[in-house]
Design a protein around this ligand. Structure first.
Ligand code: AMP
Length: 212
């Protein structure tokens, strides 16, 4: 089972990939997580990547490539879900070449789709305790009533305008890569609206169909 998962910020892609990895015995390979880990450990690669990640810019491809390829090698080129890689056509080509050189290929590429309005609704209800950093959601996990209201704040990047900007960047940057996979007949779009479990079941069904 070799999968790539796409999804805009706020759709719960990372949590779905994590859940899938626990339930289905696949390795969740998130280049964002691997990069943040490399940065924390102050490895050579982490030091080179730090400034890019801090500014939300794409890290130079060869650095990300070596992390992703190392992680795929660790799981013997199978039973993985890639999250955050590939992000460019060049990376998609590297991935295809890499898998081919190990006599394998992707089974499917899944893209979680949710309307911008739904994402704005979801993310603009997030709140954070500015002292402890704990996250809340006005509908699903409201802050305790006895907390001083001034401590519960909204992150600047969770304001509707900032969310729309992040979505625009996501759409512009992933569009070519998703089209590349569509042209290969590998892309499957999945409705991302609904409960976590509903979306998970759709993901699982799409994966099972791709293995037939
Ligand atoms: P993410 O957690 O996937 O949002 O990634 C966090 C940050 O890591 C991104 O903003 C980029 O700076 C960097 N990053 C993650 N994956 C890649 C990739 N495939 N190519 C380049 N940069 C990446």
């Amino acid at each position: 089972m070799r999968i790539v998962l796409f999804g805009p910020p706020g759709v719960g892609k990372g949590s779905q990939a994590q859940f899938l990895s626990e339930r289905e015995n696949v390795v969740h390979i998130s280049t964002g997580i691997l990069l943040r880990r490399a940065i924390r450990s102050e490895s050579e690669l982490g030091l080179q990547a730090a400034a890019y990640v801090e500014q939300g810019k794409l890290v130079p491809g060869p650095l990300v490539r070596s992390l992703a390829e190392g992680a795929m090698a660790d799981c013997n080129y199978d039973r993985f879900v890639l999250d955050g890689y590939p992000r460019t056509i060049e990376q998609a080509d590297w991935l295809a070449e890499f898998l081919e050189s190990h006599h394998t290929r992707l089974n499917t590429v899944l893209s979680l789709v949710v309307s911008n309005q739904d994402i704005v609704d979801r993310l603009s209800k997030r709140r954070i305790n500015r002292i402890t950093g704990e996250n809340y959601h006005l509908d699903f996990k409201p802050p305790p009533a006895d907390i001083e209201p001034g401590i519960i704040v909204q992150r600047n990047d969770d304001l509707p305008e900032a969310i729309l900007h992040r979505l625009e960047i996501y759409q512009e940057s992933t569009f070519p890569v998703q089209e590349y996979y569509r042209s290969l007949g590998l892309l499957k779009e999945i409705e991302g609206k609904g409960t976590f479990e509903e979306v998970y079941q759709r993901i699982l069904t799409a994966i099972m169909n791709s293995l037939k």
